[in-house]
Design a protein around this ligand. Structure first.
Ligand code: AMP
Length: 403
């Protein structure tokens, strides 16, 4: 990972216009637009404050939702204005466009210490296409480019990976990005042993490369949730009607397990028992069975008590823990105990001095059910970007700053 990446602390913004890519893609109530989780905005405030206190001007650009390249009122970023001005205690100006004469005029009228928020950058299809010409036009809006949008830094979108190209040396990352990079480093490069990575959720396809990359790097790789079923199938087990991701190249999965067996450092563990249900419902009929022998017509919806005990024992003596993905269908209260027990044991380990990093929208939502979110060392603002970083690949948003 990157040692000496330039950050906002290394630059003076006096009289300069900072074009700051933030990630204000926050969950909101779809009627009142009340912000349900403001973490991403809160974490980006120190960067904005640094620029303001230098007497610089701030132009904020962000996406919100998936408007698919055209204007749509429901995806407008206007709802952020009042929230942000309250937090920063200064008025926020707004531009309905992201490129062109009107926005350029608004920027030319900005005084030092003022902030202009641009409308949703994804109202332009060129953003997600990574269009050079669009990126060039955006680059005309500022003197210094700042990336503080970790949640989208794994995307090769115009405002993330192309715009910085036009800024030469005048580009850097913000404080939120720095914290994300440092937290990942604390796990992957400087993690105190035993290091444990816990992966759950439903989609195995996005996590295969991570599982391969963890061999010989960490001490324990714990796999739970629906992620485990293709692996159980690959080992000849019966998973009944459990959810199996469309990725089910069992030969590849079998090979991965063999690779783990060939070395001694990293132990890969799957649940031993599961809670199975006769239908996908909170009040379904349930049984506890071995994960290798789930009858037809039944599906595994949570890890069982023996698996909880085994996983928690490892977490209890781990000194570094990274978690992404629930261990079961935690949205159904009757199948949430695996996920909440794991959350509880990560909190306990953290209280005893372990470093814990948790990411992913569902995983953070599960922590919040028990109000554990402030008891974790660092909550990542980007589940997808965090997973991409675990594949040992440099994120496009970081690469664009250092090249
Ligand atoms: P992902 O986006 O891959 O992190 O998947 C998160 C989703 O996985 C959550 O909505 C969980 O309900 C779901 N999930 C976890 N375990 C299971 C399971 N055993 N069966 C079905 N869905 C699951």
């Amino acid at each position: 990972m990157i040692e000496n990446i330039k950050t906002v602390s290394d630059l003076n913004f006096k009289n300069k216009i900072a074009l700051v890519r933030v990630d204000f893609n926050v969950p909101v109530n779809n009627q009142s637009y009340k912000i349900i989780d403001d973490t991403r905005i809160l974490y980006s405030i120190p960067t904005i404050q640094k620029i303001i206190s230098d007497s610089g001007k701030v132009v904020l650009m962000s996406h919100f939702g998936r408007p698919k390249g055209k204007y749509s009122k429901i995806y407008s970023l206007r709802f952020i204005i009042s929230y942000l001005s309250k937090k920063l205690k200064i008025p926020i100006k707004f531009s309905e466009t992201c490129i062109g004469k009107a926005v350029e005029k608004k920027i030319s009228e900005l005084k030092n210490g003022e902030i202009l928020l641009l409308e949703n950058i994804r109202f332009y299809k060129e953003e997600e296409e990574g269009n050079e010409n669009f990126a060039f036009k955006l680059s005309k809006l500022g003197d210094i480019y700042v990336n503080d949008a970790f949640g989208v830094s794994h995307r090769s979108h115009a405002s993330i990976s192309i715009v910085p190209k036009f800024f030469g040396e005048k580009k850097c990352i913000g404080f939120l990005m720095k914290k994300e990079i440092q937290s990942l480093k604390k796990v992957l490069e400087k993690g105190r042993a035993p290091i444990t990575i816990l992966l759950g959720g439903a989609k195995i396809s996005s996590k295969i490369a991570i599982i391969e990359n963890m061999i010989n790097l960490v001490d324990y790789l714990l796999i739970g949730g629906a992620m485990s079923y293709p692996f159980i199938k690959a080992q000849g087990g019966k998973v009944g009607n459990s959810l199996v991701d469309e990725y089910n190249d069992l030969k590849v999965l079998k090979k991965i397990i063999e690779q783990y067996k060939k070395q001694k450092k990293t132990k890969i563990l799957f649940p031993k028992d599961v809670i199975i249900a006769d239908s996908f419902k909170n009040y379904a009929q349930t049984k506890i069975v071995s994960i290798h022998s789930i009858p037809d017509g039944w599906m595994g919806l949570d890890i069982g008590p023996t698996s909880i005990k085994n996983f928690c024992e490892i977490i209890n003596y781990s000194r570094t823990i990274l978690w992404n993905g629930p261990l079961g269908v935690f949205e159904f209260q009757n199948f949430s105990s695996g996920t909440t027990s794991i959350a509880k044991s990560i909190v306990k380990s953290t209280e005893h001095g372990a470093f814990s990093l948790v990411g992913g929208g569902d995983t953070i939502a599960a922590l919040k059910i028990k109000k554990y979110e402030n008891k974790i060392s660092y909550l990542s603002t980007g589940g997808g970007a965090m997973l991409e970083s675990l594949k040992n690949k440099m994120l496009p948003g970081i690469k664009a700053i250092i090249s």
